[in-house]
Design a protein around this ligand. Structure first.
Ligand SMILES: Cc1ncc(COP(=O)(O)O)c(C=O)c1O
Ligand SMILES: N[C@@H](CCOP(=O)(O)O)C(=O)O
Length: 462
């Protein structure tokens, strides 16, 4: 399997090369040159498989023999053993044909654990085998950071640098990162927002001259292909548990960096019958504005009750545009780089194709809290604000109530006290392994919103 850049000016890579990087050298994102496709009968034969074994079948073609099958199987089994629910990704029914897929049973209580438990182990395997050291650099709006630290911190060959926007993540999210001990763990609060953190990360990938000569940067954000690859699996899992592939399923996906819904788009492209894919955003609704009005323009990034989705520049949208523009890398580059200066528009046929595939909705904080309250009143099930946005969008955008509608429940409500309390509900207890989280010592540095401040800091710690 070869991976190529969406900007068309970087050499093609194999799996291990994309695993050990982030952005391509031309600033683009890596995508498979061609996608594996599974037949209906092959997908049907996977019904009833445990999560890790299903993951093996979905992921194997992307790794293409570069990691021996028995090693991959062991790594997958260990990755999903860390989850507290035996089903790994249990489905919960909200109404007649309405479901949520609980993706927060991993160690850090958000869907990021699905990919980062795996990514950490894959990196550990490759780096130990090759006796190589790397610096992991990631930006987080709250959840990727702790999942990356939890997934990678045991690897002696990795130094971890995680940027979060200062005072813009919830207290539980911040403490999940800043209370992790270890000389290889470096938390940086940037005086800016998530887009600033992500911009700094991308700039650092573009010029790695600040690193010691024996080091390279590796991404833990969804710009790293391995993140997306792991997230494809739970679309197959949900579908197989709801009668797929013999009947289609629809998904509503709380969306920020467009990684999760892009994984759903790929599952569909690989042969999974998916009816609707709904982009559910908060007030930072650039993607909703594009789908509904063909207006792709930056606004000011707002702080909302769903802070993990306070994102304006959605990295992975570029991967989808690459397909939408029939893999015309120049057109992608022009569209994506143009966004910084002027609003962009899709051509009418492109916009139509995007709207045929995606529905969308932007949801404000008041509605988010109302939905948390409503779902709790109807089912005694407490959902987090990101999931609430997904549930609301699922209800508003559903085009066919005979098709099962699954909202991805992307995080545990215990991470978001503000939203739970504003919804008028009792804040749940922290799970056992985080019981003393609020008493643990924190360790982080606050830096200016400036690339050099961050790269100088990294240089001083490596
Ligand atoms: C809880 C939660 N929900 C939804 C999202 C959005 O996912 P994506 O960035 O893949 O669109 C995020 C952040 O990525 C998140 O942390
Ligand atoms: N919501 C994320 C933001 C980063 O997204 P990623 O999927 O690209 O890592 C977070 O919580 O950190």
């Amino acid at each position: 399997m070869k991976y190529i850049s969406t900007r068309g000016k970087a050499p093609a890579c194999n799996f291990e090369q994309v695993l050990l990087t982030g952005l391509a050298p031309d600033g683009g994102l890596y995508v498979p040159e061609s996608l594996p496709r599974f037949s209906e009968s092959e997908i049907a034969s996977w019904a009833g498989l445990p999560y890790d074994q299903l993951a093996f079948r979905v992921i194997k073609p992307f790794i293409d023999g570069e990691i021996p099958d028995d090693v991959l199987q062991r790594i997958l089994s260990e990755s999903y053993q860390t989850f507290t629910h035996k089903a790994v990704a249990p489905l919960r029914q909200l109404d007649a044909n309405e479901w949520v897929l609980e993706l927060y049973c991993g160690p850090t209580l958000a869907f990021k654990d699905f990919a980062l438990q795996l990514l950490g182990r894959l990196l550990d395997y490759v780096l130990t085998r090759d006796n190589k050291k790397v610096a992991v650099l990631g930006a987080t709006s709250g959840d990727t950071g702790s999942a990356a630290l939890e997934g990678c911190r045991h690897c002696e060959n990795i130094d971890l640098f995680i940027l979060h926007p200062y005072q813009r993540v919830s207290e539980v999210q911040r403490r999940q990162m800043t209370t992790i001990a270890g000389d290889n763990v470096h938390n940086i609060a940037v005086r800016g927002n998530f887009d600033d953190c992500q911009r700094i990360v991308k700039a650092a990938f573009g010029d790695q001259s600040f690193l010691p000569s024996d080091r390279q940067l590796v991404a833990v954000n969804s710009i790293n292909w391995a993140r997306i690859m792991a997230q494809i699996v739970y679309y197959f899992y949900a579908s197989l548990n709801l009668g797929g592939p013999l009947r289609p399923v629809s998904f509503s996906v709380p969306t920020g960096n467009f990684g999760d819904i892009y994984a759903g788009y790929l599952a569909r492209s690989m042969g999974l019958p998916v009816n609707q894919l709904i982009i559910a955003t908060n007030r930072n609704d650039i993607l909703h504005r594009l789908i509904s009005d063909n207006e792709y323009s930056l606004g000011s990034l707002e702080h909302t009750l769903s802070p993990s989705m306070d994102i304006m520049v959605s990295s992975n949208f570029e991967r989808y545009l690459f397909d939408l523009f029939d893999r015309d890398a120049e057109a992608v580059t022009e569209f994506v780089t143009g966004l910084g200066h002027t609003p962009q528009k899709l051509k009418p046929d492109q916009w139509l194709r995007a709207r045929e595939l995606f529905s969308s909705l932007g949801v404000d904080d008041d509605t988010t809290c109302k939905v948390i309250g409503q779902v709790y009143a109807d089912t005694e099930f407490l959902i987090d604000p990101h999931t609430a946005i997904g549930v609301h969008a699922a209800r508003v955008c559903n085009k066919d109530s005979s098709v099962p509608m699954v909202t991805l429940a992307t995080a545990h409500p215990v991470k978001f006290a503000d939203a739970v309390e504003k919804a008028g509900l009792q804040y749940p207890d922290l799970p056992e392994h985080l019981q003393d989280l609020l008493e643990r010592d924190e360790r982080y540095d606050v830096l200016d919103n400036d690339i050099t401040a961050v790269t100088d800091f990294m240089q001083s710690r490596l």
